[in-house]
Design a protein around this ligand. Structure first.
Ligand code: HEC
Length: 254
């Protein structure tokens, strides 16, 4: 028993933590989360607003997932492809091989070469890979399954908001990064809505709704029996908040 405890202790002492590696080896240049709307404003102002030394971890996370390897692969294979890319880039940085959007990379000089052990590379790559989605999950309103959403809406007299999405849909990513992470949007959704997401190809929509494309939004009354409004496309925070107000009005009329 004692040896077992000792073994577990030893393993956990030596287990590397991706965030720690990031904090000690990357954070001096790559800052952590900055809202995408602020980053876009910074790009407009040629990096004068934030004077970043390097792209943020969120920018890395998104660019790597979008542009390295094949997103149609399963997650584990895609993670490995990204780990290989990061490993190669750190050992031989070369802006010609950069996957950053042109406007972003134009602010920076090539990063210095960095030596990481294989274990450090593995955990730090995983931390970067997961980061963007973890932040969206942390900052946005909770998403429920369709069944939970119908139950919760009925109990709490809230409106069901269904989002039709696809993982590679640009407008969906834009909504996730620029609109849903906003605290005013989160508050408005939390107060009167229950949010659920459905894959527009593989999942069946309720009430015989036919997908309008992605992203698309379908608002259903709290009894789950009537579609109040449906629309297709992405928008700004203001447009989205106006839409929520309009839907609330429609709901109060039935
Ligand atoms: C001394 C500053 C500095 C440190 C430390 C640093 N980076 Fe960078 N990194 C940059 C800059 C500047 C860029 C943008 C220019 C470029 O791509 O070379 C960049 C770009 C990148 C890119 C994108 C490559 C591309 O496609 O353009 C990755 C991935 C990356 N860094 C990973 C890391 C990781 C992981 C660490 C920590 C283990 C790290 N960096 C540490 C400055 C740094």
């Amino acid at each position: 028993m004692k040896t077992l405890i000792l073994m577990i202790l030893t393993i956990s002492l030596f287990a590397l933590d991706g965030e720690k590696v990031y904090d000690t080896k990357c954070l001096s240049c790559h800052s952590k989360y900055i809202p995408q709307t602020k980053l876009l404003e910074n790009i407009k102002q040629e990096n004068e607003l934030l004077k970043l030394k390097a792209p943020t971890i969120d920018e890395l996370s998104f660019a790597l997932k979008q542009r390295v390897g094949d997103r149609a692969n399963d997650e584990e294979s895609h993670k490995l492809e990204i780990e290989d890319f990061i490993g190669e880039y750190l050992s031989k940085p070369d802006l010609n091989k950069s996957i950053l959007p042109y406007r972003v990379k134009s602010f920076y000089k090539t990063m210095p070469k960095l030596d990481l052990s294989e274990d450090e590379l593995e955990v730090v790559s995983e931390f970067i890979y997961d980061y963007s989605e973890k932040m969206i999950e942390k900052l946005s309103v909770k998403r429920y399954s369709l069944k939970e959403a119908f139950n919760k809406a009925k109990e709490e007299k809230k409106i069901i908001m269904v989002e039709g999405f696809l993982s590679y849909c640009k407008g969906c990513i834009k909504m996730d990064r620029e609109v849903f992470v906003d605290s005013d949007v989160k508050k408005a959704l939390e107060k009167d809505f229950v949010f659920t997401k459905l894959n527009a190809i593989t999942e069946k929509f309720p009430l015989g709704i036919k997908s309008l494309g992605t992203p698309s939004y379908y608002f259903i009354d709290s009894n789950g029996s009537k579609v109040l409004k449906k629309l297709h496309g992405s928008g700004t925070k203001k447009e989205f908040l106006d839409l929520l107000k309009e839907v609330k009005k429609l709901h109060s009329l039935i």
